[in-house]
Design a protein around this ligand. Sequence first.
Ligand SMILES: C[S@@+](CC[C@H](N)C(=O)[O-])C[C@H]1O[C@@H](n2cnc3c(N)ncnc32)[C@H](O)[C@@H]1O
Length: 285
Amino acid sequence: MTGLERQLPLDRHARDLNLANWNERVGVHLGDGGYDLSTHRAGKGELDAIVAGEIGDVAGLRILHLQCHIGHDSIALAQRGASMVGVDFSGAAIEAAHRLAQECGVETATFVESDVYEAPDVLSADLGGFDLVFTTWGAICWLPDLLHWARVIRQFLRPGGAFYFAETHPVALVFDDISGDADADGRPIWLVPYFEREPHIFDEATDYAHRGVKLTHSRSVQWMHPLADILAALKAADMDLDFLREHDRIPYQMFPSLVRDRDGLWTWPRQPWLPLALSLRAIAR
Ligand SMILES: C[S@@+](CC[C@H](N)C(=O)[O-])C[C@H]1O[C@@H](n2cnc3c(N)ncnc32)[C@H](O)[C@@H]1O
């Protein structure tokens, strides 16, 4: 059995299902077996090796972190001298991020509860006010409309400002990261067609950070976004690609067969079958 339940026509309850799922994950990520926040509490939160290698010097930058979750990366960037605004639609995540910032003595990070698509209304005074918009790992699968997403990002950037994005590679999302099913060679099984336009409901009781947990709000609705759609959306929203990289490693254990490398990222045990992650920077015109 895979976690893919069935294909949906556009479901008006999609957002509610996803919000309940994310609110529940907040408690999981704050507890034992969740996110490691020890380096944050010690004064300089660790960034994963892909982001750390690409983000550059953020000191003095004003950064908008879309889908900031519990503020893990927002606080780590604030601890490197950035002034941060984190946005997430989960009230529980925003509350956790506030608390974590306080615990870490970080005063240059604020957190705002808002849907990505509503953020330009909620943060209207900040439009055009950021040097960098930052979004990473597990973000766009929750968003149905990438053109709208890219326009939101562009609205927050000053001309010449940058969008940094690191995400699960859509090619890897074709395969099952849920059930652990694999062929005899340890390769995950096929799950969602790459060019699928319709949303899918997943029923995934476990969590990417804490495989042992059993979520009550296990159902979620997700969208597949091919690489060309991501690039086309950024271009349509007046952002020019600075770099695009594909990686054979990723910060979370996407498939059970992946192994940890010396940088703490998860990669293929023998050969790089597929790209697991992508990262890019685009500059606002
Ligand atoms: C996988 S997490 C991002 C993880 C982040 N990189 C981290 O590791 O801390 C996805 C986040 O997107 C948020 N999210 C999902 N749909 C959203 C939406 N429509 N608007 C705003 N936030 C959303 C969830 O609440 C969750 O915190």
